[in-house]
Design a protein around this ligand. Structure first.
Ligand code: ATP
Ligand code: MG
Ligand code: FE
Length: 347
């Protein structure tokens, strides 16, 4: 089954073609980052309008890349939420119009299920069950995954997401959006041990996270250094490193607990922050000691993309799941309300 995947939940227009026999055939992404940069954040109305401009050309582009015709498409998956409602409506409208014209099934997909399943597009995909760490711009969650649509929330952030904390720290350090990769790059120049940041909520049991206190701690540290006239490039890098180390440590501690608590031997990391090299290395070191394995997607499939939506949609479309006639756009949507997909399990 050849599935067209469409992602328009925020500021990235992503399109991909996934074939369940041949795998991922093509994918294309247009990021609106430059457009929103002048405003210091994503402007929803501008995002929607730009998805309108980019979506059909990107669909044509992936078809050309894959050497396929529109009439070869057998199913269409689009991000139905969570996300910006106007942006979601663009993807949903195009998906439904195209599905109607081609006479093929259409399905609204959960954006975080897309992130969660993105590592399945790599060689040696993880088998079920596994623990998933979802770390993105809007979510920080630990989920026990027993199959597609079989999600048990183990813990989540009670305030900011890890990616959001990276983005806010970047702003404090005078770096552009999206801040995660820029903070990580600056941290490369940092000297270890110059600052010690807290590891929030690690001193008590449980699998929830909190990153807003860390953000305040960072702000106080930056202001303090500025007041003393010490906030030069080296000190900025030292702060970036101390911040990153605190986030990484916190995530590692909670992931270790989740692996121990569930007895799972596989840890999947997904979402934009899973592109972070220090986080990958630290999780691998921790998992190695427990005899567990870590799985993640290639960096371009950690952040928003059409491939993950094509893949997630294909798994459900092939089991007959599909939308009715209405476009689905759900700005807030808990992932554990998704229906399961019955599949034989490996163990
Ligand atoms: P959500 O998926 O929760 O709706 P989103 O789609 O905005 O939110 P993603 O696209 O998954 O989030 O990821 C973007 C986030 O990942 C941003 O906060 C960005 O700063 C962060 N990020 C990307 N690369 C890195 C990195 N190398 N290190 C740390 N953070 C990173
Ligand atoms: Mg984005
Ligand atoms: Fe995302």
């Amino acid at each position: 089954m050849l599935t067209l995947g469409i992602e328009t939940s925020c500021d990235e227009t992503g399109v991909a073609l996934f074939d369940d026999q041949q795998g991922l055939l093509a994918h294309a992404l247009f990021s609106q980052i430059d457009m929103h940069a002048d405003y210091g954040g994503v402007v929803p109305e501008l995002a929607s309008r730009d998805h309108v401009r980019k979506l059909l050309p990107l669909c044509e582009q992936v078809l050309a890349q894959a050497g396929r015709q529109r009439s070869d498409i057998e199913g269409i998956a689009y991000t139905a939420g969570p996300g910006l409602v106007g942006a979601l409506m663009v993807g949903g409208s195009v998906a439904h119009a195209l599905g109607y014209a081609l006479g093929v099934p259409v399905l609204g997909v959960h954006h975080m299920e897309g992130h969660l399943l993105a590592p399945m597009l790599e060689d040696n995909p993880p088998a079920f069950p596994f623990v998933a760490l979802l770390v993105s711009g809007g979510h920080t969650q630990l989920v026990r995954v027993d199959g597609i649509g079989e999600y048990q929330l183990l813990g989540e952030s009670v305030d900011d997401a890890a990616g959001e904390a990276f983005d806010k720290t970047a702003k404090m350090l005078g770096l552009d959006y999206p801040g995660g990769p820029r903070v990580a790059a600056l941290a490369e120049q940092g000297r270890a041990g110059q600052y010690r940041f807290p590891r929030p909520m690690t001193d008590r049991p449980g699998l929830d996270f909190s990153f807003s206190g860390l953000k305040t701690f960072t702000l106080n540290t930056v202001n303090d250094a500025a007041d003393k006239g010490q906030l030069d490039d080296q000190v900025r890098a030292d702060i970036a490193l101390a911040f990153e180390a605190a986030v990484v440590d916190t995530l590692v501690i909670k992931c270790r607990r989740a692996l121990e608590h569930t007895g799972c031997k596989r840890l999947v990391m997904a979402g934009g922050v899973s592109a972070n090299k220090r986080l990958r290395a630290a999780l691998e070191a921790m998992a190695g000691k427990l005899g567990s394995t870590v799985f993640y997607a290639r960096p371009e499939f950690c952040t928003d993309n059409g491939a993950m939506i094509a893949y997630a949609g294909a798994q459900r479309l092939k089991h007959g799941q599909r939308d009715g006639e209405r476009i689905v756009a759900v700005p807030r949507w808990p992932m554990n309300t998704l229906p399961p997909v019955a599949e034989p399990r490996s163990n």
